[in-house]
Design a binder for this molecule. Structure first.
Ligand code: ADP
Ligand code: ZN
Length: 213
């Protein structure tokens, strides 16, 4: 016997997956249901995400609505969370620092439900920002797929294209507002030129080849 009194605690749930897999849709669905349940919800998003023209508002059918508060780091989330909040939702978490893991854990330990959405892999297929650590720590994880724009299979990878060509692995992980674009692709159709050449050295004659290589 430790003598500890069991206390109410929260948990961390992560919605991960490739771009276009519906992570934001799923986050919005969960937040809407929390609002229907009458929970006090706060919503955060990385300031790097400007898909909604800087605004991201979730409203429920009964007219309640909340706006996402833009944050540039995890400390700002800790500072902005009201002690009375019951549900904390964070979108585009891949752009945040590793400290978001400690913040999420601390808030969950304090009794809150934490819903984190983010792209789990960068364009090279490597863990993106704090997402790998968050996935390891979460009580619940969901990994969503999109549709591969090349072959129609379930897509799990982010393909970065520069002027329509697969981008080399050496580029920066975060690139906002450049000449590049992104597509959802399956493993077989995902091309990262330098990595694929290295794989062919690892597995002679069996590595991935792509048009124009
Ligand atoms: P995420 O937050 O994961 O980037 P969103 O929730 O913003 O995804 O958008 C998901 C929506 O994107 C889908 O419901 C669909 O309408 C659209 N979409 C566009 N391209 C694709 C694709 N290749 N595969 C699946 N959905 C796609
Ligand atoms: Zn494919």
């Amino acid at each position: 016997m430790t003598g500890r009194t069991p206390s109410r605690h929260g948990w961390v749930e992560v919605v991960s997956g490739v771009m276009f897999s519906g992570k934001s849709e799923e986050l919005i669905r969960r937040v809407r249901r929390a609002l229907i349940a009458g929970r006090r919800v706060q919503l955060f998003k990385s300031h790097l995400d400007d898909r909604y023209g800087g605004e991201f508002r979730i409203s429920s059918h009964d007219g309640r609505q909340i706006d996402a508060e833009p944050v540039s780091n995890s400390v700002q989330i800790a500072e902005k969370v009201d002690p009375a909040t019951q549900v904390v939702a964070i979108d585009e978490a891949q752009f945040l620092d590793d400290g978001v893991c400690e913040v999420a854990d601390a808030l969950a330990d304090a009794g809150m439900r934490i819903i984190v959405a983010g792209t789990d892999m960068d364009f090279r297929g490597e863990p993106f920002g704090p997402m790998g650590l968050l996935l390891a720590r979460a009580e619940r994880i969901d990994k969503l797929t999109a549709i591969c724009v090349v072959c129609g299979e379930p897509a799990t990878k982010n393909q970065r294209l520069i002027d329509g060509e697969p981008a080399p692995a050496e580029g920066p992980t975060i690139q906002v507002g450049g000449a590049e674009s992104y597509e959802a692709r399956c493993r077989g159709c995902h091309v990262v030129p330098t990595r694929d050449r290295a794989q062919r050295e690892l597995l002679p004659g069996r590595g991935k080849r792509w048009a124009g290589d």
